[in-house]
Design a protein around this ligand. Structure first.
Ligand code: PGA
Ligand code: ZN
Length: 447
């Protein structure tokens, strides 16, 4: 092909002229840079290579990281993992070879990405999310993505056009739920409740919410040391007291609310709930019936500014969660109850079992399906809480996702430790970038 034919084929003189005109209109101080960027934008994006590797999550357990190479740059993402995996969520593919990382290796998922997913995606436009997700779903014909592994599918990092993908929605910054006390399976103390969180709903901006939550978190350390000694373990039944006192000391009474993740499935024995399940000297006498639990929640919500309770009953105890939700005392969030599973969510909507979804995106599998699930929840006027997992990576995708979908709430742990902070810091960056356009959900956290 002659040079002239090449220029004609790519309409280069037209494109260059457009770029020069644009540079003139923009009165740019750096025309060469402006023109080269303009030209780059006029080229369609295309995936050139997909490269996965095994990394470790915050618990030292293997997970998947992917570099998505495009003609315009390389993008990196990784997948989290959690404890409360259930039979309804997308399958997390693990190698099972006990001799390697105690069976938790993800070499098969990595191989699936480097071979099958890579082959399917190379050449595609990375901005076409639904086509890309569909290509991956077509590769994995099983309903729960057991063949390729959901850890393989979600890790593929794609452009963050989430708000556009969702449709007409103005991005909003979510209210963060900072975990300030851990119990349940997540901690070595005697507290049955898995998490006590604080929600700075009274902040005007996200940056202020982060400050309020962090200050309260530091005050809480002092409250616990004074009240319970340096062993911050034994918060036990007074769990609700300490955060409330810390909120008061930080000067944020009425501006910070409290949320609980009871994760009650972990201590449901038959039809009863064993609040002493972690106590070494447990007598077995302190079992509560589901009715007693309703009463306990009622009292807690009365005594403390608790506005949200997650998994208040066993994940199969539909009867009592329905009964509790119908009291309207607080937001009732389904995590283990729903496992982010479309069919479980459908049932919960029909039966008024709960009124908010805990969204763990790796339980769903693809971004397109995550968007569908959020639509489903919002159409039912539910709250949506985007959630991290206990095994996290430094990936901050859920921060962008929360803003893009305007979910209203994000739960990403305490305001400490890199892999948790990365989500909150990404929200700071997004707020900064949005500038005057930034809207913090605040008191409208239920969206
Ligand atoms: P995970 O769940 O331990 O499965 O990540 C955390 C939660 O219960 O919210
Ligand atoms: Zn939970």
């Amino acid at each position: 092909m002659s040079v002239q034919e090449y220029l004609d084929k790519h309409m280069l003189s037209r494109k260059l002229e457009d770029a020069v005109n644009a540079a003139v209109r923009a009165k740019t101080p750096d025309p060469v840079l402006f023109i080269s960027n303009h030209m780059k934008k006029s080229v369609q994006s295309v995936i050139t290579k997909v490269k996965a590797r095994q990394i470790l999550d915050s618990r030292g357990i293997p997970t998947v990281e992917v570099d998505l190479h495009t003609n315009k740059g390389v993008f990196r993402a990784s997948v989290p993992s959690g404890d409360s995996s259930g039979m309804y969520e997308a399958v997390e593919l693990r190698d099972g070879d006990k001799g390697v990382y105690l069976g938790n290796g993800v070499a098969k998922a990595v191989k699936n990405i480097n071979d099958k997913i890579s082959e399917a995606l190379v050449g595609m436009d990375p901005t076409l999310q639904s086509q890309i997700d569909q290509a991956m779903i077509d590769l994995d014909k099983t309903e729960k993505k057991g063949e390729l592994g959901a850890n393989a599918i979600l890790a593929v990092p794609l452009y963050r056009h989430i708000a556009d993908l969702y449709g007409k929605v103005s991005p909003m910054l979510p209210v963060p739920a900072f975990t300030v006390i851990s119990g349940g399976k997540h901690a070595g103390n005697n507290l049955a409740i898995q998490e006590i969180m604080i929600l700075p709903t009274g902040a005007n901006r996200f940056v202020e919410a982060l400050q309020m939550g962090t200050e309260t978190y530091h005050h809480l350390k002092a409250v616990i040391t004074e009240k319970y000694g340096t062993h911050d373990c034994n918060v036990g039944e007074s769990g609700g007291f300490a955060p409330n006192e810390a909120i008061r000391r930080a000067g944020y009474t009425d501006k910070i609310q409290i949320a609980l993740d009871v994760a009650a499935t972990n201590f449901c024995i038959g039809t009863r709930y064993d609040l002493d399940f972690k106590s070494p000297q447990k007598s077995g006498q302190n079992f509560l019936s589901a009715e007693d639990m309703v009463e306990l929640y009622r009292e807690l919500c009365n005594d403390f500014p608790i506005v949200s309770i997650e998994d208040p009953f066993d994940k199969e105890d539909w009867e009592h969660i329905k009964r509790f939700s119908s009291t309207g005392i607080c937001q009732v969030v389904g995590d283990d109850l729903l496992m982010s599973n479309v069919k479980r969510i459908e049932r919960a909507i029909l039966e008024y079992a709960c009124n908010a979804l805990l969204l763990k995106i790796n339980q769903v599998g693809t971004v397109t399906e995550v968007i569908e699930v959020v639509k489903q929840a919002k159409e039912a006027h539910w709250g949506v809480v985007t959630s991290h997992r206990c095994g996290e990576t430094i990936d901050s995708f859920i921060a962008d996702l929360s803003v893009g979908l305007s979910v209203g709430q994000i739960k990403a742990g305490a305001p400490c430790r890199g892999e948790r902070l990365e989500k909150y810091i990404q929200l700071l960056r997004i707020e900064e970038e949005l500038g005057d356009q930034a809207v913090y959900c605040g008191v409208d956290w239920k969206q």
